[in-house]
Design a protein around this ligand. Structure first.
Ligand code: 2BA
Length: 109
């Protein structure tokens, strides 16, 4: 068995979760925050049999797309003004970051 941990963008989460449930997978949605952007994203946990991992990765590819986002870097305080004007930079976020972990045991009571 595997535990799939997928960090997806909030905008993609409803469709991704809908597809998971529609296909009969059990999933848990966690509200999370990206360490770099400090903005909300969604972490989805899916416990599946080994031979179902590729199906989940297909659903990720179909439902989670990449987007460009402008970020204004934080400046160090105290520097010269002209050296500290924060210019927005563009980062590409997603489609999704997925970790596939081995599961030793799964117990449901
Ligand atoms: P964030 O950490 O908020 O990162 C958002 C996007 O900012 C990243 O998109 C990447 O394009 C950029 N980025 C992140 N760290 C950077 C850095 N040190 N320097 C320059 N650019 C950086 P993604 O790579 O698609 O990641 C989207 C979200 O997935 C991340 O949000 C984070 O919540 C999660 N994530 C990505 N890689 C991870 C990892 N190795 N471990 C845990 N979570 C991860």
């Amino acid at each position: 068995m595997k535990l799939i941990v997928a960090v997806v963008q909030d905008k993609d989460a409803p469709r991704f979760l809908g597809e998971l449930v529609r296909k009969g997978f059990k999933a848990t949605k966690l509200s999370s925050t990206g360490g770099f952007l400090r903005e909300g994203n969604t972490t989805v946990l899916v416990g599946v049999e080994d031979d179902q991992v590729e199906s989940i990765l297909d659903l990720v590819r179909k439902n989670c797309r990449s987007r460009e986002q402008l970020v204004t870097p934080l400046t160090a305080s105290g520097g010269a003004v002209d050296a500290c004007i924060p210019y927005p930079v563009e980062v590409v976020v997603g489609g999704a970051t997925v970790f596939v972990l081995g599961v030793e045991r799964c117990v449901r009571t």
